[in-house]
Write a protein that binds this ligand. Structure first.
Ligand code: TXA
Ligand code: MG
Length: 323
């Protein structure tokens, strides 16, 4: 059975105890809900892979209450220190070499010589991490390949009965996952666009390399499988018209003709659109299927700011996938 914990002091204490004992707890961060386990404990981490049915070659991000604790496990050069000062706590993940004393299990790191570390913002996540006092490995709390969760109800819809508890801190403020930057090479590489915009990153790393949004070719990011965030209905991007048997994910003024519409942001605000993205995909998928619609049409979203992360998730949601 999965316990639903209110995110007050008592709930946070119970969640921390479950994590320390090797259990699985989903918790809200500013980006999406994560499925947490003790990153040092290979058996606990194996539980994450089992609950999500996630391929074990896909490494996990470890979460910490502050940069000093994160850098006990990940080697931070000057650039990493600067990025941490500017963006932590917040939606940035850094891939760094392991320190000699790194306690993160090989399973959490998928056997790589590097580790991914992040200090989330959000009072509940930070209180939980501080209270647990251990590195917490946490992928998004959804079955592998499916739409990420931005509420506790989303988590339970996918993982009820497969995890020990969910700590309900309400809807996530940012709504798309963290931006991932690989700092293990000569030049910083963007592995995933996310809650920290590329424009903001460039202020500190003007030379950051940007791979193609849906490339599978990067061995440094084995988790970046193309098909991801997938609703069960097919997704059609850059729609300039919509059919009567399609659901519509709108942005700005809505196209006419669809019987089922979720507008990401009628006033074209990208932060609002990011926060409403995964809830919208879930709603259109569920309700569209119930009504016998055949696809989800998506209106164009601009590529600047948070739009880059939104477009990346939509491109993956639209990718052909094995059934
Ligand atoms: O916002 C987020 O980052 C959320 C919340 C829960 O923190 N977490 C999240 O985790 O999105 P997940 O597992 O869905 O995505 C982690 C990504 C994967 O694409 C994985 O391949 C990449 O991080 N990653 C982890 N460790 C890595 C490493 N050592 N080298 C390269 N990529 C790595
Ligand atoms: Mg994920």
């Amino acid at each position: 059975m999965t316990r639903r914990l209110v995110a007050d002091e008592a709930g946070i204490a119970v969640a921390a105890d479950i994590l320390r004992a090797g259990g699985l707890v989903a918790f809200g961060t500013e980006t999406v809900y994560g499925l947490g386990a003790d990153a040092r404990n290979a058996q606990a981490v194996a539980g994450i892979f089992a609950a999500k049915e996630r391929p074990a070659f896909n490494p996990l991000i470890s979460h910490f209450p502050d940069a000093a604790t994160a850098f006990e496990h990940a080697q931070a050069g000057e650039l990493a220190q600067e990025l941490a000062r500017r963006f932590w706590p917040g939606p940035l993940t850094m891939v760094l070499p392991r320190t000699p004393t790194c306690a993160i299990s090989d399973l959490a790191g998928a056997g790589l010589p590097s580790v991914a570390v992040r200090v989330p913002s959000g009072a509940v996540a930070r209180a939980l991490l501080a209270r647990a006092g251990i590195p917490v490995a946490a992928p998004s709390a959804n079955p592998s390949g499916r739409v990420s969760p931005s509420t506790a109800a989303h988590v339970l819809a996918g993982l009820e009965g497969r995890i020990d508890a969910v700590l309900d801190s309400g809807p996530c403020a940012v709504g798309v996952e963290s931006t991932i930057v690989d700092l293990t090479g000569a030049r910083p590489v963007l592995l995933r666009p996310g809650g920290v915009t590329i424009e903001a990153l460039r202020e500190i790393c003007p030379d950051i390399a940007l791979p193609h949004a849906t490339s599978d070719a990067r061995p440094a990011a084995p988790g970046r499988l193309s098909s991801h965030y997938a609703p069960t209905l097919p997704v059609r991007l850059e729609a300039t018209h919509v059919a009567a048997d399609e659901a519509l994910l709108a942005f700005g003024p809505e196209l006419a003709g669809s019987p089922l519409v979720w507008n990401l942001s009628p006033t074209e605000k990208l932060d609002e659109a990011a926060a409403r993205l995964f809830a919208g995909l879930r709603f259109l998928d569920m309700e569209g299927r119930r009504r016998g619609l055949r696809a989800i049409a998506v209106q164009p979203v601009p590529a600047h700011g948070l739009g880059a992360a939104i477009r990346d998730r939509l491109a993956r949601a639209a990718c052909p996938r094995p059934r």
